[in-house]
Design a protein around this ligand. Structure first.
Ligand SMILES: Cc1cc2nc3c(=O)[nH]c(=O)nc-3n(C[C@H](O)[C@H](O)[C@H](O)COP(=O)(O)OP(=O)(O)OC[C@H]3O[C@@H](n4cnc5c(N)ncnc54)[C@H](O)[C@@H]3O)c2cc1C
Length: 133
Protein backbone atom coordinates (compact mmCIF):
# COMPACT_ATOMS: atom_id res chain seq x y z
CA UNK A 1 0.00 0.00 0.00
CA UNK A 2 1.19 3.50 -0.84
CA UNK A 3 -0.13 6.50 1.07
CA UNK A 4 0.35 9.97 -0.39
CA UNK A 5 -0.62 13.42 0.77
CA UNK A 6 -0.76 14.59 -2.83
CA UNK A 7 -3.93 13.86 -4.80
CA UNK A 8 -1.95 12.32 -7.69
CA UNK A 9 -0.29 9.02 -8.48
CA UNK A 10 3.50 9.21 -8.35
CA UNK A 11 4.84 11.52 -11.04
CA UNK A 12 8.25 12.66 -12.28
CA UNK A 13 8.84 15.63 -10.01
CA UNK A 14 11.95 16.61 -11.94
CA UNK A 15 9.85 17.37 -15.00
CA UNK A 16 8.08 20.16 -13.13
CA UNK A 17 10.84 22.65 -13.96
CA UNK A 18 10.11 22.20 -17.66
CA UNK A 19 6.40 22.71 -17.12
CA UNK A 20 6.68 26.07 -15.39
CA UNK A 21 4.56 28.63 -17.19
CA UNK A 22 2.07 25.89 -18.17
CA UNK A 23 -1.01 24.39 -16.61
CA UNK A 24 -0.03 20.70 -16.89
CA UNK A 25 -2.10 17.63 -16.16
CA UNK A 26 -0.62 14.81 -14.14
CA UNK A 27 -1.12 12.41 -17.07
CA UNK A 28 1.82 14.08 -18.83
CA UNK A 29 4.27 13.14 -16.09
CA UNK A 30 2.94 9.95 -14.44
CA UNK A 31 5.54 7.34 -13.61
CA UNK A 32 2.96 4.54 -14.00
CA UNK A 33 -0.59 4.57 -15.29
CA UNK A 34 -3.38 3.50 -12.84
CA UNK A 35 -3.55 0.00 -14.42
CA UNK A 36 0.04 -0.68 -13.37
CA UNK A 37 -0.90 -0.39 -9.71
CA UNK A 38 -3.81 -2.79 -10.14
CA UNK A 39 -1.71 -5.29 -12.07
CA UNK A 40 0.96 -5.18 -9.38
CA UNK A 41 -1.47 -5.40 -6.50
CA UNK A 42 -0.55 -1.98 -5.10
CA UNK A 43 -3.31 -0.27 -3.20
CA UNK A 44 -3.12 3.54 -3.27
CA UNK A 45 -4.47 6.07 -0.79
CA UNK A 46 -4.19 9.52 -2.36
CA UNK A 47 -4.82 12.86 -0.71
CA UNK A 48 -4.15 11.21 2.63
CA UNK A 49 -1.60 12.29 5.19
CA UNK A 50 0.02 9.98 7.71
CA UNK A 51 -0.14 11.84 11.01
CA UNK A 52 1.58 9.54 13.45
CA UNK A 53 3.28 6.19 13.78
CA UNK A 54 2.95 3.85 16.70
CA UNK A 55 5.92 1.45 16.49
CA UNK A 56 4.74 -0.45 19.57
CA UNK A 57 1.67 -1.90 17.90
CA UNK A 58 2.82 -1.30 14.27
CA UNK A 59 0.12 1.13 13.33
CA UNK A 60 -0.19 4.48 11.62
CA UNK A 61 -2.87 7.07 12.03
CA UNK A 62 -4.15 8.93 8.97
CA UNK A 63 -5.79 12.33 8.68
CA UNK A 64 -8.93 10.54 7.51
CA UNK A 65 -9.26 9.19 11.04
CA UNK A 66 -8.36 5.70 9.86
CA UNK A 67 -5.72 3.61 11.63
CA UNK A 68 -3.77 1.03 9.61
CA UNK A 69 -1.64 -1.87 10.73
CA UNK A 70 1.65 -2.61 9.02
CA UNK A 71 4.19 -5.38 9.02
CA UNK A 72 6.84 -3.23 7.29
CA UNK A 73 6.84 0.54 6.98
CA UNK A 74 8.93 2.62 4.60
CA UNK A 75 9.11 6.38 5.12
CA UNK A 76 9.74 8.16 1.82
CA UNK A 77 8.28 11.57 2.47
CA UNK A 78 10.65 13.67 0.42
CA UNK A 79 11.36 17.22 1.33
CA UNK A 80 9.99 20.71 0.98
CA UNK A 81 11.28 23.99 -0.36
CA UNK A 82 13.24 26.05 2.14
CA UNK A 83 11.57 29.45 2.40
CA UNK A 84 13.81 31.93 4.23
CA UNK A 85 12.27 33.51 7.34
CA UNK A 86 11.86 36.98 5.84
CA UNK A 87 8.81 39.21 5.73
CA UNK A 88 6.49 38.89 2.76
CA UNK A 89 6.95 35.26 1.77
CA UNK A 90 3.30 34.67 2.64
CA UNK A 91 2.05 37.37 0.28
CA UNK A 92 -0.04 36.69 -2.81
CA UNK A 93 2.21 36.14 -5.79
CA UNK A 94 5.08 34.51 -3.88
CA UNK A 95 5.62 30.86 -4.78
CA UNK A 96 7.93 27.97 -4.18
CA UNK A 97 7.90 24.98 -6.50
CA UNK A 98 7.78 21.47 -5.15
CA UNK A 99 4.54 19.90 -6.37
CA UNK A 100 2.37 19.76 -9.47
CA UNK A 101 -0.18 21.93 -7.69
CA UNK A 102 2.52 24.56 -7.08
CA UNK A 103 3.14 24.70 -10.84
CA UNK A 104 -0.58 25.00 -11.54
CA UNK A 105 -0.97 27.81 -8.98
CA UNK A 106 2.00 29.67 -10.42
CA UNK A 107 0.52 29.39 -13.91
CA UNK A 108 -2.90 30.64 -12.81
CA UNK A 109 -1.33 33.64 -11.11
CA UNK A 110 1.37 34.52 -13.62
CA UNK A 111 0.13 33.69 -17.13
CA UNK A 112 -1.07 37.25 -17.72
CA UNK A 113 1.81 38.95 -15.89
CA UNK A 114 4.90 40.39 -17.57
CA UNK A 115 7.54 40.64 -14.89
CA UNK A 116 8.79 38.17 -12.32
CA UNK A 117 11.69 37.79 -9.91
CA UNK A 118 13.39 34.53 -9.03
CA UNK A 119 15.15 34.26 -5.68
CA UNK A 120 17.80 31.56 -5.65
CA UNK A 121 20.29 31.21 -8.47
CA UNK A 122 20.92 27.49 -8.19
CA UNK A 123 20.09 24.98 -10.92
CA UNK A 124 16.34 25.10 -10.26
CA UNK A 125 16.30 28.90 -10.07
CA UNK A 126 18.11 29.16 -13.38
CA UNK A 127 15.84 26.55 -14.99
CA UNK A 128 12.82 28.47 -13.74
CA UNK A 129 14.18 31.75 -15.11
CA UNK A 130 14.86 30.12 -18.47
CA UNK A 131 11.41 28.56 -18.79
CA UNK A 132 9.50 31.61 -17.58
CA UNK A 133 11.46 33.91 -19.88
C1 LIG B 1 11.14 21.44 -9.70
C2 LIG B 1 12.06 20.32 -9.29
C3 LIG B 1 13.04 19.86 -10.18
C4 LIG B 1 13.92 18.85 -9.80
N1 LIG B 1 14.85 18.42 -10.70
C5 LIG B 1 15.70 17.44 -10.34
C6 LIG B 1 16.70 16.95 -11.26
O1 LIG B 1 16.81 17.44 -12.38
N2 LIG B 1 17.51 15.94 -10.85
C7 LIG B 1 17.40 15.39 -9.60
O2 LIG B 1 18.16 14.46 -9.28
N3 LIG B 1 16.46 15.82 -8.73
C8 LIG B 1 15.63 16.83 -9.06
N4 LIG B 1 14.70 17.27 -8.15
C9 LIG B 1 14.65 16.65 -6.84
C10 LIG B 1 13.84 15.36 -6.90
O3 LIG B 1 12.57 15.62 -7.45
C11 LIG B 1 13.72 14.82 -5.47
O4 LIG B 1 15.02 14.53 -5.00
C12 LIG B 1 12.86 13.55 -5.46
O5 LIG B 1 11.55 13.86 -5.87
C13 LIG B 1 12.84 12.97 -4.07
O6 LIG B 1 12.03 11.83 -4.15
P1 LIG B 1 11.33 11.27 -2.85
O7 LIG B 1 10.55 10.06 -3.27
O8 LIG B 1 12.36 11.13 -1.78
O9 LIG B 1 10.34 12.43 -2.37
P2 LIG B 1 9.14 13.18 -3.11
O10 LIG B 1 9.25 13.07 -4.60
O11 LIG B 1 9.11 14.56 -2.51
O12 LIG B 1 7.86 12.37 -2.66
C14 LIG B 1 7.43 12.36 -1.30
C15 LIG B 1 5.92 12.27 -1.27
O13 LIG B 1 5.51 11.99 0.06
C16 LIG B 1 4.39 12.81 0.36
N5 LIG B 1 4.30 12.96 1.83
C17 LIG B 1 5.09 13.70 2.65
N6 LIG B 1 4.71 13.59 3.92
C18 LIG B 1 3.62 12.77 3.91
C19 LIG B 1 2.77 12.27 4.94
N7 LIG B 1 2.95 12.55 6.24
N8 LIG B 1 1.74 11.45 4.56
C20 LIG B 1 1.54 11.12 3.27
N9 LIG B 1 2.32 11.57 2.26
C21 LIG B 1 3.36 12.37 2.58
C22 LIG B 1 4.66 14.12 -0.35
O14 LIG B 1 3.46 14.88 -0.50
C23 LIG B 1 5.21 13.57 -1.66
O15 LIG B 1 4.16 13.28 -2.58
C24 LIG B 1 13.81 18.29 -8.50
C25 LIG B 1 12.82 18.74 -7.63
C26 LIG B 1 11.95 19.75 -8.00
C27 LIG B 1 10.89 20.22 -7.04
Amino acid sequence: MVISKEPYLAYYRMKLSHLLGENPTVDEILIHKPEWYKQNNVEILLGTQALSINPVNNSIKLDSGQTLQYSSLLLAMGSHAFVPPVKGTDLKGVFSIRTLDDVKKLYLYSHDKEKGVIIGGGVLGLEAAWVLY
